[in-house]
Design a protein. Structure first.
Lengths: 198, 574, 242, 235, 192, 342
């Protein structure tokens, strides 16, 4: 090879070597010095999840799912949160909202667990199953659900040996009723496939 | 004469007051049955203090106020309590709520009243107590318990709201004309209770007779009777305060923050009656008007009177009208049906003719013309609220101060595209409220979940520690070869079997759903029976045994039913 | 700990960088020759558009004359490099870069090639900001209009016909756009006039006799202002009538 | 394995197309698609870089630690780009000049780094190369489609200037589609680039809708089959 | 001098807007323009990095590559420089102002693959800018980017509430809106 | 018995969208008539072709979006758009030009964004600008006003509309174009030399602008829109031209009066920037919106390469309108600091 070529080659290698080495040093320094302790985004994601703690997302609870999302899991696996949560997550993470993944279940109306007290045998299995300690009762005594604490995750239903737990929908009352958005009939049509909004 | 300020926006719809304001107030007849809802006001429903079948007298307290933000409810006439049950009430949802139903006996026998003509000598607390016990809630708007509202310190201005800005309604107009002395006494009591130095009485200038009457009644007082220009919604509390004082109630605040209290004229009169005459709130003046009513006018109506009864009395021709509105045409709501009763806030029943309120216009797209923003008394941008409510962008709605919307309907009134704007806002407000409740619940659930996880971890750690200790011990004892005879738990065994069964079912794939349901039920019965036997043999507590046997019976019933159903469905197909 | 991490990372990264550099340097050395060739070819092609290769022998176009302050004009700023083509020892042609501010929107940069009889051998627009679809027809790839200058010279086109047809000249204007072609014609004419005025410096030879005969006034009078009889004077880049 | 490649093909060319779906590499997409020749030139260059960098990344994927993963990938891509640059400069010089800075800017085409990260760094060489090929083809096809649309509407001509890419014999490919055409200049100006890309994306959405409505029902998915136990073993 | 710099700024911000006219930095332009707040964060981060990278790449080119005749290594060394600048910026901000880091942190990594940054570095070389001009050009480019990004994000928030036909929803309508914006920006042609 | 249930209010004022649009059309009439007086029947052929094309395009779009076509057409928004587009185009434009403009306006600028009320950009101006940059040759051919050259006959205008070669109108540069290209002339010399200039601005243009001004003032009085945007625009335009008008040197860009009464100023101020859909929302926002339009119009007219900049200025500000809205929300009731009034 000509000396010009060799010189050029050496120059190129030298220059990039220097750049690479200094950059690598910087990164190496950063990798140790600024190790990320806890990811604030996980908290933000977790705050958007409904905290039903039902495991339908295939993670044991909302926080694990939040962590998985930050690590790249798709955002459409939480049936209790449904469309609304997916949209919020998409917003936060700058992703395209996806439809709910049916493999994880469907979006249902909010329910609470109700224990038919005269059938309860007091086995405490539901207490163990409840992720938010919403069931009161001691061994061999009747158990009761604190409706205001119950997230409706239905995890207590399956373990009950005598099937005395029902998931019931909360009734609409004058207090919690609100106007629905105007319906389609009276209004102009729309392009939104889902929508009965104007 | 005090200065009149002005507020942003407002509209001038046709007034339609003359139809009903010419005749004096008449008494409405006593209906055979009164339906008295326990919640006719904002706050907690009252607690019933009567039993079904009990005879009650007119003015007798039938439900007590439940706490401070609540008022009592009284029997509007004498009769028997026939039921305490859920009944459709006057609410836009058309839902039901608990009502006390009284069969009137026609005697209209009243309970002995305790008048307080010497009310000046009472403590303010005592007066407030009387107001609450006599069931006074705001008669002008939302039905806010008056005692609660009046119980504020540092009030310097009392505003009496005789504006009555909505079209059609004339109840306050007639009241001011006919009962101005009582009103004057009521205002005096209110001034006494609140300690206000200034009293401003606001009346729209389209009610000259009322202004005159009130001026005459109050001529020896240093109160200002202010005639304000007719414009909707001058009667809104916040707007009236701005009109009369030039001040604005701070966002998310109440008039008391400015040292102001605002009461409706009818409320003031009711308070005078309650304190001076000892009469509880059992009736109110209601305007009955609209093309479908022949005898339009103002009626003194007992609370609890079914609307149907009332309308029949005033010559309502039923099927002309598509809707009956409780309240005025701008703020009122349509009734789900005619069985609902009159309540404390029923100032008007409007039965409009087919085209009286304008023919149905077709909704079009919002063209952002901005007319709505020009009339909004809250200085909001209704069109933006509409777009964001439609797309359910709650963040944006909050940024555009949806919460400050008073739902007056001025925007929808002027909207050239005839959009149901107010409904959008109400729906959005409901959604936001629901969201915030959910959010709060999620917070609670999260902390409880985390607490539980922590506890479990702690327990596990402890168990691990003891296990380690025990292991060491066991090692020492290993040579001694002491075997523990493990007694199997019957419940555990049953669960085991059920699980096995479930697994089997799952393996067998998608079995016919009916038969698998049957199988499941059968399995459940088996399981329950087994559990019962086990429990019996191991001598469990009686309570457990009864519970188990009850469940066995229930399951058997279910099974039998299911089997019958299945046979039925199979037969015709064969 | 930190030290080790730094060393590890920097060595790894530097290693990769070195490999990349090696690959690149190899590619570079392989392509260097063809690139130089391609560049030269491209340049030759570009120049051929304004100066036929027959006029000069490779690689003569490296030669240039720098315009000094004294002999600059409105179109030709001081410091402009005028390329010279040479065949044997004789200067056979020049390529004059000129700029005119009289386009519809902003400056137009041109290259004007001419031979030693001051006959145009080609004109090309280098940059311009004229309206697309209207004024941009001065680009060769949009319209062949610019080729209408070829073979025009002071002798075959009289002073008054160095103008667009609307102004009574020999050159077409475009539909809807007169200003742009007017500016270009004026600029090209300015280049020729400049070459005539500085013939000795540019061509290292005296002005040919044929050209001596042609008389022309100080400035070509296509400008409407001159037609109106106003006297031009440049004050802060604007014109004032006096 | 067969189905894997099929999936990669579908993803690259259609369902996960870098330009129309992921919206990556937009700058060159809009900037150089004024005619087919430029579009094809940049498309091929990108395709080449994508394949080379995918292969290289896949080769070194075991060797780099997390902290310097990205810089290494960027280095690899930049080298591939520079090689392409040098080669184009040597053999298609005019095209190189026309593409201008958009050739070196292939380096920052997020689609390439995206593929290196998401696919090549997790797969073996062959699939990685195939993925690069398909993604690159998908990108190039969109470039060419857009270039054709804009060239046709903006000038009424197709395949002008192909000689820049394929040498002198391609000069005859120039096809005057409409004689005496009133050019719709918007198409070749910057706004046209955005608008036509938007229309192209809408067209793809429309076709997707069409396919979705025509598709035979897929095997039903079992709802809720992926549930996890939150509360551990229940004793 | 000042006039020259002002006109350079005007030219880069409006007339030759990086995004709408020169087609640089489009991916983040389409990607992070859904909300005004994020757009603002991105704009700030980009402004900082663009200016800094512009200067650094100038130095690299003129003091390392040009003397060594290694111009062909400009792409690879610029991208290294940019990555380093981004990383450095992140460290600096993290150290100096954790608050600012919370706001900008998410966007910094995105900037490495924003071709406006590399574009500025390359254009500086092409246009033979001086060091100061390079800095100023980078700043102007960032300003132009920020301007359209923020305005576009406000518009997209409005579009989100509009009744856009389904086939046009999302990126398609964003593109078309950007096209009309670019149409509007043609009005600035010839201003400088 | 179940009664019909709807949310309050149950009362509606009578004025509907179509009424508003019809009033806008009515207010345009004086301007249209004046324009036809100066430019001849080509104004009408423009209008007719634009309306037909726009309504057709609107129907097709509505059909594609599965909306009831007739009901939607009745809001007349397509007609308003078509009329404004037609007025912005040079009279005697060929049919295909107008049709492409209408297509761009209704299809691209309106329905793609969701139809009436959703379009962020003014449709008519999008149509105009698309044509201007796509077909600059046709778009820069303004007929000479009737006082300077004989008006083409109605037959000529038909010929022109079908794009016939037989028709060749007398076209000349508009005054705005001449000012931009002042060739270094003093203002007074310009006025003397070119017959296109009238008393204050262009021949014909003065009256056309006054007629549009009259229509616009009537609309303000009818409360179709508020005064904020037009006043903002005219004030800013006047201010800028007053600031840079140095009495008539060749560098100055025309007097305020010239700018107010030239080109599309009044049409823009009262009919284009008041388009509620694509403008700013609040009154303050509209004032700012208008003022910035005025500023941009002046800058582009005088220093840019488009002689009449209304369309570009409007589109640029349409683009900024949502952002203006972001910062110009009116203070709602109760948001004032508590003792601001004291
Ligand atoms: C949740 C709530 C709390 C209120 N608290 C007070 C209070 O503490 N003191 C008071 O004087 N008024 C209070 N108000 C009364 C309001 O200021 C207002 O007078 C009442 O809602 C009647 O208003 P309207 O009929 O105009 O809707 C409260 C109202 C609401 C809805
Ligand atoms: C839009 C609107 C209009 C109102 N109009 C009147 C009215 O005309 N007269 C009235 O007494 N109250 C009216 N109110 C209710 C008042 O705001 C306020 O609640 C009432 O005057 C408080 O007095 P009260 O507690 O004695 O009812 C209106 C409320 C709203 C929101
Ligand atoms: C938006 C616009 C852009 C124009 N661009 C140019 C241009 O680039 N070059 C040009 O010569 N004329 C241009 N013109 C036309 C000139 O203003 C002028 O009217 C024309 O050159 C006069 O020539 P004519 O008499 O042949 O029509 C443009 C006009 C307009 C309205
Ligand atoms: C006062 C007023 C001005 C209008 N101006 C325009 C306009 O300049 N351009 C336009 O296309 N539509 C205009 N329209 C009509 C309407 O707003 C237009 O069709 C919508 O922009 C389409 O959504 C106007 C309407 C009104 C009420
Ligand atoms: S699926 Fe259940 S556990 Fe998972 S995130 Fe949603 S609520 Fe939480
Ligand atoms: S009670 Fe049952 S349904 Fe409610 S939270 Fe606990 S486990 Fe879930
Ligand atoms: S009045 Fe109706 S159409 Fe007009 S801006 Fe308000 S909501 Fe929209
Ligand atoms: S309903 Fe709400 S938004 Fe509408 S005018 Fe009344 S206060 Fe304003
Ligand atoms: S290609 Fe330019 S930013 Fe992605």
């Amino acid at each position: 090879m000509e000396s010009g070529v060799v010189n050029n080659l050496l120059g190129a290698i030298g220059a990039l070597l220097a750049l690479g080495a200094s950059f690598g040093a910087l990164l190496g320094f950063a990798a140790v010095k600024f190790k990320t302790e806890g990811n604030p985004i996980v908290d933000q994601v977790n705050a958007l999840l409904p905290q039903t703690q039902c495991g339908q997302c295939s993670y044991p609870g909302c926080r694990p799912y939040a962590e998985a999302i930050v690590a790249g899991e798709s955002i459409n696996k939480c049936p209790p949160g449904g469309e609304a949560t997916i949209h919020q997550l998409a917003d936060l993470l700058n992703l395209e909202p996806l439809p709910l993944d049916a493999e994880h279940g469907a979006e249902k109306a909010k329910t609470v667990a109700f224990i038919r007290e005269d059938e309860c045998i007091g086995c405490t299995k539901c207490i163990q199953a409840c992720p938010v300690d919403a069931i009161l009762g001691a061994a061999k005594l009747m158990h009761t659900v604190i409706a205001s604490e119950c997230t409706g995750c239905d995890l207590c239903v399956e373990p009950c040996p005598v099937d005395c737990i029902d998931m019931i929908e909360l009734p609409t009352t004058v207090q919690n009723w609100s106007w629905p958005l105007p319906n389609r009939g009276a209004l102009i049509a729309t392009d939104k496939s889902s929508g009965d909004l104007v | 004469m005090s200065t009149i300020y002005s507020f942003h926006g407002g509209i001038h719809p046709a007034e339609h007051k003359t139809e009903s304001n010419s005749a004096p107030i008449q008494a409405a007849p006593l209906p055979p049955c009164l339906i008295v809802p326990l919640s006719q006001h904002i706050g907690l429903p009252a607690k019933p203090v009567v039993k079904v079948g009990q005879r009650v007298l007119k003015g007798e307290c039938i439900a007590m106020a439940d706490g401070h933000l609540s008022t009592s409810v009284h029997a509007p006439s004498s009769g028997y309590v026939s039921a305490i049950e859920s009944h459709v009430i006057a609410h836009p949802s058309g839902l039901s709520a608990t009502c006390i139903i009284i069969e009137t006996d026609g005697c209209d026998e009243a309970i002995a009243a305790t008048p307080h003509p010497d009310w000046r000598s009472y403590e303010i607390g005592e007066l407030l107590g009387i107001i609450r016990e006599q069931g006074i809630a705001g008669l002008g708007g939302a039905g806010f318990p008056s005692a609660y509202k009046l119980n504020s310190d540092e009030i310097h201005t009392l505003i009496i709201n005789g504006v009555e800005c909505e079209p059609y309604i004339t109840a306050d107009d007639r009241l001011m004309r006919e009962r101005s002395e009582l009103l004057e006494q009521g205002i005096e009591i209110l001034q006494h209770i609140t300690g206000a130095q200034t009293v401003l009485i606001g009346i729209e200038d389209n009610k000259p007779e009322a202004i005159e009457a009130v001026r005459t009644a109050c001529k020896h007082r240093d109160w200002a009777v202010v005639s304000i220009p007719t414009k909707y919604p001058s009667g809104g509390e916040k707007q009236l305060i701005e009109l009369l004082t030039g001040q604005q109630v701070p966002q998310a605040g109440i008039p008391a923050d400015l040292g102001i209290v605002c009461q409706n004229v009818a409320t003031a009169t009711a308070i005078a009656q309650a304190i001076i005459e000892g009469q509880p709130l059992i009736s109110r003046i209601t305007t009955l008007t609209g093309e479908c009513i022949t005898e339009k006018g103002n009626y003194e109506v007992r609370l609890g009177t079914p609307i149907k009864y009332l309308l029949e009395h005033v010559g309502y021709a039923r099927d002309q009208s598509q809707k009956i509105i409780m309240g005025g045409p701008l703020m009122g709501f349509t009734l789900p049906n005619l069985d609902v009763p009159v309540v404390k806030t029923t100032n008007c029943i409007l039965a409009p003719g087919d085209n009286e309120l304008g023919s149905e216009t077709r909704t079009q797209a919002c063209i952002r013309c901005g007319h709505c923003a020009e009339v909004c008394p809250a200085s909001l941008l209704p069109q933006q609220l509409y777009w964001y409510a439609k797309s359910q962008s709650h963040e944006q709605l909050k940024a555009h101060n949806l919460a400050d919307c008073i739902e007056c309907g001025a925007c929808a009134y002027v909207c050239p595209s005839a959009l149901p704007l107010v409904q959008f806002y109400r729906a959005a407000k409901g959604e936001i409220k629901e969201k915030s409740i959910e959010q709060r619940q999620a917070e609670i659930a999260k902390s409880r979940f985390e607490a539980r996880q922590a506890r479990l971890e702690r327990d596990a750690a402890e168990r691990e520690a003891t296990r380690a200790a025990r292991k060491a011990e066991a090692k020492a004892k290993a040579k001694q070869d002491a075997r523990f005879a493990g007694e199997e738990d019957p419940v555990q065994a049953a669960i085991e079997r059920a699980k096995a069964k479930k697994a089997r079912l799952q393996q067998s794939g998608e079995a016919d759903s009916v038969s698998s349901k049957l199988d499941e039920l059968k399995a459940k019965v088996e399981r329950a029976k087994f559990g019962l036997e086990q429990a019996q043999s191991s001598g469990k507590e009686e309570k457990v045994l009864t519970a188990l046997s009850a469940s066995v019976q229930r399951l058997e019933r279910l099974l039998a039913g299911e089997q019958a159903k299945q046979e039925q469905t199979q037969e015709p197909s064969e | 700990m930190i030290g080790r991490s730094i060393i590890q990372h920097s060595v790894a990264l530097a290693g990769f960088a070195a490999i990349c550099a090696f690959v690149l340097a190899l590619t570079h050395s392989e392509t260097e020759a063809p690139i130089t060739k391609a560049k030269a070819k491209a340049r030759a092609q570009a120049l051929a558009a304004v100066m036929p290769p027959s006029l000069y022998r490779d690689p003569i176009l490296d030669e240039h004359v720098v315009v000094s302050g004294d002999n600059s004009t409105a179109f030709i700023a001081p410091g402009t490099k005028i390329l010279r083509a040479r065949s044997n020892t004789q200067v056979t042609g020049i390529i004059v870069p000129i700029q005119t501010p009289e386009g519809y929107s902003g400056d137009i940069d041109l290259l004007v090639g001419m031979d030693n009889t001051l006959t145009i051998t080609g004109v090309r627009v280098v940059t311009h900001k004229e309206t697309p679809g209207l004024g941009d027809k001065i680009q060769r790839n949009k319209s062949p209009w610019i080729d209408s200058f070829i073979d025009k010279s002071l002798s075959n086109t009289s002073e008054s016909t160095w103008a667009v047809k609307r102004d009574g000249g020999a050159f077409d204007q475009f539909t809807g756009a007169t200003i742009t072609p007017r500016a270009v014609v004026k600029a090209v004419y300015g280049a020729i006039v400049y070459a005539r005025d500085n013939y000795q410096t540019l061509f290292e030879a005296p002005l040919p006799e044929a050209l001596l005969d042609i008389s022309f006034t100080e400035h070509q009078q296509t400008n409407i202002i001159s037609q109106l009889g106003y006297w031009e004077k440049r004050v802060d880049g604007t014109f004032y009538a006096e | 394995m067969q189905s894997d490649f099929k999936e990669l093909t579908v993803k690259g060319l259609w369902s996960n197309n870098p330009a129309l779906v992921q919206l990556l590499g937009l700058c060159p997409l809009l900037a150089v698609t004024t005619n087919v020749a430029n579009a094809l030139g940049l498309g091929l260059a990108t395709l080449f870089v994508l394949v080379v960098s995918n292969v290289a990344v896949s080769l070194v994927r075991g060797l780099v630690s997390n902290a310097i993963r990205l810089p290494v990938f960027v280095l690899i891509i930049a080298s591939a780009v520079t090689c392409t640059e040098l080669l184009m400069q040597a053999y298609t010089f005019e095209l190189y000049e026309i593409l201008g800075i958009f050739l070196p800017l292939i380096t920052t085409n997020c689609a390439i780094l995206g593929r290196a990260e998401a696919f090549a760094s997790k797969h073996a060489v062959i699939p990685a190369a195939y993925d690069g090929l398909m993604m690159g083809l998908g990108f190039a096809l969109v470039l060419v489609a857009l270039g054709a649309m804009r060239e046709l509407l903006g000038t009424g001509i197709l395949f002008a200037d192909m000689q820049l890419l394929f040498g002198a014999q391609a000069e005859t490919w120039r096809w005057v589609v409409f004689d005496d055409y009133q050019p719709f200049l918007l198409a070749v100006l910057p706004p046209g680039a955005f608008i036509f890309t938007g229309l192209l994306i809408a067209l793809k959405n429309r076709l997707d809708q069409h396919f979705a409505s025509n598709k035979i029902a897929r095997a039903p998915i079992e709802a809720g089959s992926k549930r996890a136990r939150v509360t551990g073993v229940i004793r | 001098m000042i006039a020259e710099f002002a006109s350079l700024l005007l030219a880069t911000v409006l007339v030759n807007n990086f995004v709408l006219v020169q087609f640089l930095g489009l991916c983040p332009f389409m990607g992070v323009s859904n909300k005004v707040e994020t757009a603002m964060g991105m704009s700030m981060a980009t402004a900082f990095v663009l200016t800094l990278a512009s200067g650094c790449s100038y130095l690299t080119y003129h003091f390392i590559l040009a003397p060594l005749n290694l111009e062909y290594l400009r792409t690879i060394s610029f991208i290294l420089v940019i990555a380093a600048v981004v990383q450095f910026t992140e460290l600096l901000i993290r150290k100096a102002s954790p608050l600012l880091h919370r706001v900008l942190g998410v966007f910094l990594p995105l900037i490495t693959t924003n071709c406006a940054v590399l574009g500025v570095a390359l254009l500086n070389i092409n246009k033979a800018h001086t060091f100061l001009e390079s800095l100023w050009y980078g700043f102007g480019a960032a300003l132009g980017f920020a301007l359209v990004l923020v305005l576009f994000s406000a518009m997209r928030e409005r579009l989100a509430a509009a009744d856009v036909p389904t086939v046009f929803e999302g990126p398609a309508i964003g593109m078309i809106a950007a096209g009309l914006m670019s149409l509007a920006f043609m009005g600035f042609a010839g201003l400088v | 018995m179940i009664l019909q249930q709807v949310s309050s209010p149950h009362l509606h004022a009578a004025r509907s969208t179509e009424e508003i649009m019809l009033r806008v059309l009515l207010a345009l009439l004086p301007g249209i008539i004046t324009m036809a007086h100066f430019f001849g029947s080509g104004v009408f052929t423009n209008l007719v072709v634009a309306c037909v094309a726009a309504v057709l395009c609107e129907s097709i779009c509505l059909r594609l979006r599965k909306r009831p076509v007739l009901i939607y057409l009745k809001d007349y928004s397509a007609v308003v758009t078509a009329v404004l587009l037609a007025l912005a185009l040079p009279p005697y434009s060929p049919w295909w030009l107008i049709t492409i403009g209408a297509l761009a306006a209704i299809g691209l600028a309106k329905h793609v964004f969701g139809g009436l009320g959703s379009n962020p950009f003014n449709p008519a101006m999008v149509g105009y600008v698309v044509l201007l940059i796509s077909f600059p040759v046709q778009m820069t051919q303004w007929t000479a006003p009737s006082t300077l050259a004989a008006n083409p006959t109605a037959w000529d205008s038909l010929l022109a509309m079908v794009g016939s070669e037989a028709y060749d109108a007398v076209t000349m540069a508009t005054p705005l174009d001449l000012i931009r290209q002042n060739n270094g002339l003093m203002m007074s010399a310009l006025w003397q030399h070119y017959p296109q200039f009238g008393r204050f601005s262009g021949v014909g243009w003065e009256w056309i602008n006054l007629a549009f001004l009259a229509g616009g003032v009537w609309l303000v009085q009818q409360r179709i829109f508020t005064w904020h945007a037009p006043v903002g625009m005219l004030a800013a335009l006047g201010l800028m031209s007053a600031l840079f008008y140095d009495g008539g040197s060749s560098a100055s860009g025309g007097s305020p009066l010239f700018h107010w009464l030239s080109g599309a100023t009044m049409l823009g101020a009262f009919f284009i920037i008041t388009d509620p859909v694509s403008g700013a929302t609040s009154n303050l926002g509209r004032l700012i919106f208008g003022a910035l339009v005025g500023l941009l119009v002046y800058c582009i007219r005088v220093w840019g390469s488009y002689p009449d900049a209304v369309a570009f200025a409007v589109l640029l500000m349409n683009f900024a309108a949502p952002f203006i809205d972001y910062y110009t929300q009116p203070k709602p009731y109760g948001h004032k600091p508590p003792d601001a009034d004291k």
